[in-house]
Design a protein around this ligand. Structure first.
Ligand code: HMG
Ligand code: MG
Length: 282
């Protein structure tokens, strides 16, 4: 049976959007539940500016408090060298740098242009190489940007290629606002695949428009075998009531199984984590 890997995003991408300041113990309980489900990678924290994302300020406490399961890589987002140093001090197993395919989102999210962000990642990559730490790359807004509108596929391809050239082992392609259609995902992926092989790509689709599962199926057709998801569908925009967050891990799991694909996840353990996650939503 074909294997697909789901990378769990809930404790980071999910919880970063929650308005209520969630105590570290609750985040730790969620990660510990997720550690029982069979994931190989769980993104547990981000070491960004606490002024920008107060919800993620306690990343070191979360990493210190979790019970690490064997074979699980606990990941953290790092926007710059300071973030990388904090992530290392906290014991993150691997890190991720994040860029955007659109200038508008780059400015809004990390306060610099795309080119400036790539320059800022160079010392992070150097430090990671010296510390023998793996680095994942994200490209946000690969099809749609909340500021710039439609994003040309060539732009997503260019940024993905640059992140790979810098030394990322995989690039995760983000439909940040969940506005993509399967057709747009296809066009974007075809452009990216000219530069990066499918084995080094992941799909990171938010479900705001309700089409994330279709977008995953389109990506499967084009050879992508890694997808990011958040248990319980954690996330969503606090300024758009009812808007969905990342596609729910359990929904992706069920769809993949229905398609005859294996995820290696324990469905009962996944459900237990999803229940905790749903209880955390504001
Ligand atoms: P800036 O204000 O331009 O940065 O922010 P700066 O370098 O001028 O620093 C300003 C202050 O922040 C300084 O402190 C720095 O020390 C501090 P002050 O002197 O004023 O007291 N600072 C930090 N503190 C702790 N840790 C750090 C750090 N860096 C600077 N790492 C910056 C630039 C990138 C830092 C800021 O814009 C930022 O933190 N942005 C992150 C926003 C974010 O976390 N967004 C969500 C994650 S991305 C995402 O969700 C998309 C994804 O899921 C994929 C998808 O869906 O598309 C991955
Ligand atoms: Mg995201």
């Amino acid at each position: 049976m074909d294997e697909v890997e789901l990378v769990e995003m809930g404790p980071r991408d999910g919880l970063q959007n929650e308005k209520r300041l969630i105590p570290a113990e609750e985040k730790i309980a969620l990660v510990d539940a997720l550690s029982q489900a069979g994931f190989r990678r769980i993104e547990v924290a981000s070491f960004v500016s606490p002024k920008w994302v107060p919800q993620m300020a306690d990343g070191a406490e979360v990493l210190a408090g979790i019970k690490r399961a064997e074979g699980v890589s606990y990941m953290a987002l790092t926007p710059n060298l300071k973030g990388f140093e904090r992530a290392m001090a906290a014991g993150a197993d691997e890190v991720a740098i994040f860029a955007s395919a659109s200038e508008g989102f780059s400015q809004a999210n990390i306060n610099c242009s795309i080119a400036e962000s790539l320059e800022r990642f160079v010392p992070v990559m150097e430090a990671a190489r010296a510390a023998k730490v793996k680095v994942r790359g994200y490209v946000s807004c690969v099809t749609d940007c909340p500021y710039d509108g439609d994003v040309p596929p060539a732009k997503a391809a260019q940024v993905a290629q640059e992140l790979m050239a810098m030394g990322c082992y995989e690039v995760s392609l983000g439909d940040t606002i969940g506005a993509a259609t399967p057709e747009k995902i296809r066009d974007m992926l075809l452009a990216v695949l000219d530069h990066v092989p499918a084995e080094q790509l992941a799909g990171h689709y938010h479900d705001t428009g309700g089409r994330a599962l279709e977008n995953i199926e389109m990506s499967l057709e084009l050879g992508v075998r890694v997808f990011d998801a958040s248990v319980g569908g954690l996330g969503g925009c606090p300024y758009a009531p009812g808007a969905a967050g990342n596609v729910a891990t359990e929904d992706v799991h069920d769809r993949l199984v229905a398609l005859g694909l294996a995820t290696g996840l324990d469905r009962a353990a996944l459900e237990a984590a999803a229940e905790i996650a749903r209880g955390m939503r504001g």
